[in-house]
Design a binder for this molecule. Structure first.
Ligand SMILES: [Fe+2]
Ligand SMILES: [Fe+2]
Length: 297
C-alpha cells in the first residue's frame, strides 16, 4: 500500500459529543499521488488505441468515477450522526474518487481524442443521477458499511483486471495507483464497520445476507449504464467491429467477473463477517466456489 498508508485514527463519536477538529492535510494526503504525476505525454498510443475492450472499460470507469460526488453526498448524509465517518467520506473518499475520474478522463481523451467525452458523460449522468438516491443505501448504517466493502472489493477487482489487460506503461501506472486507493477505501469502510459493530453488534446472519445481496447486485451494476452511453457515442471508434451492444456488455462483464474470485477478492469479502481466523480459513474454499457461481455469466 505505498500510496495509502493511513487508517482512520479517531474513534467514532455520535452527534452530540464534542466534535473533533478534522486534521487538515494529514501525512497520507500529502503523500497521495497527484494527477500531475501521470505522464500523459509519454503514453505509447500504439499500445492502447486499438484495444476495444479497454476503450469501453476505461471510458465507463471515467464516467462512474466522475459521477461519484452525487453518491458521496448521499453517503455523507446517511452518516451525518457520525461526524468522523461523514468527514472522511467528504474530505478523502470523495476527493479520491473524483481524482480517479479526472485522471481517467485525461487518459482516455489523450488516447481517443475524437470521443465526445463531455456530451457522452452528460447523457450518462442524466440517467445515472436518478439511480443514486439515499433510498438506494441500506437503511441500517452498519450494513451499509458491509455493502461498501463489497463495492470496494468490486472496484479493486475491476482495476486489477484492467491493469492485467494493459501493456501500456502509463496506464499500468495510473491503474496501479487507483487500485491501491480502492483497497484503502475498503480498509476504511471495514474499520468503520468494526467500530460500529463494537458499539452495537448486528448478527452474522444479517451481515452474510447483506454480503450476498450486494454481491448479486454487482451483476446489474452501474457499469451497464455507463457502457451503454459509451457505446452510443463511440462514433467512428471501432466502427468496423461487428460486436453489438449486448456482446460488448457480456464481454465486459466476463472480463471483470472472472477476476472476482481471485484470492484477494475472496479474502476481502470474508473480512466483514469478523470470523475467528481458523473458521475463516475453513470457509475460504466454499466461499470462493460460491462467489464464482453468483458471478458466473
Ligand atoms: Fe475509484
Ligand atoms: Fe473506491
Amino acid at each position: 500500500m505505498p500510496h495509502f498508508s493511513s487508517h482512520p485514527s479517531q474513534s467514532l463519536q455520535p452527534r452530540g459529543a464534542v466534535e473533533k477538529q478534522r486534521p487538515s492535510g494529514d501525512a497520507a494526503e500529502a503523500n497521495h499521488w497527484r494527477i500531475e504525476d501521470i505522464p500523459l505525454e509519454q503514453i505509447e498510443i500504439d499500445a492502447i488505441a486499438h484495444h476495444e475492450d479497454l476503450f469501453y472499460l476505461l471510458m465507463s470507469a471515467s464516467f462512474i468515477e466522475t459521477g461519484s460526488d452525487t453518491y458521496a453526498a448521499n453517503l455523507a448524509e446517511h452518516y451525518r450522526d457520525y461526524p468522523d465517518i461523514a468527514a472522511w467520506l467528504q474530505d478523502r473518499w470523495e476527493n479520491e474518487e473524483l481524482q480517479h475520474g479526472t485522471a481517467l478522463r485525461r487518459y482516455v481523451e489523450a488516447v481517443w481524442p475524437d470521443f465526445p467525452w463531455q456530451r457522452a458523460y452528460d447523457s450518462f449522468f442524466g440517467e445515472y443521477s436518478k439511480l443514486c438516491t439515499v433510498e438506494e443505501l441500506h437503511p441500517d448504517r452498519h450494513l451499509e458499511m458491509v455493502a461498501r466493502c463489497v463495492v470496494e472489493t468490486g472496484t479493486t477487482a475491476y482495476y486489477h483486471t484492467l491493469r492485467e489487460l494493459s501493456d501500456e506503461p502509463v496506464l499500468r501506472k495510473l491503474l496501479g495507483h487507483i487500485r491501491n486507493d480502492e483497497v484503502g477505501h475498503y480498509k476504511h469502510f471495514l474499520k468503520y464497520f468494526k467500530e460500529l459493530q463494537e458499539r452495537s453488534p448486528v448478527s452474522r446472519t444479517r451481515i452474510a445476507g447483506t454480503l450476498y445481496a450486494r454481491l448479486k447486485e454487482l451483476r446489474e451494476s452501474d457499469s451497464d449504464v455507463a457502457l451503454r452511453h459509451v457505446f452510443a457515442h463511440r462514433g467512428n471508434y471501432f466502427a468496423d467491429s461487428d460486436r453489438r451492444f449486448a456482446d460488448i456488455a457480456q464481454r465486459a462483464y466476463q472480463l471483470v467477473s472472472t477476476q472476482l474470485p481471485a484470492d484477494l477478492a475472496v479474502r476481502m469479502l470474508l473480512k466483514p463477517l469478523l470470523l475467528p481466523q481458523r473458521l475463516e480459513s475453513c470457509l475460504y474454499a466454499p466461499i470462493a466456489r460460491f462467489a464464482t457461481r453468483v458471478m458466473a455469466p
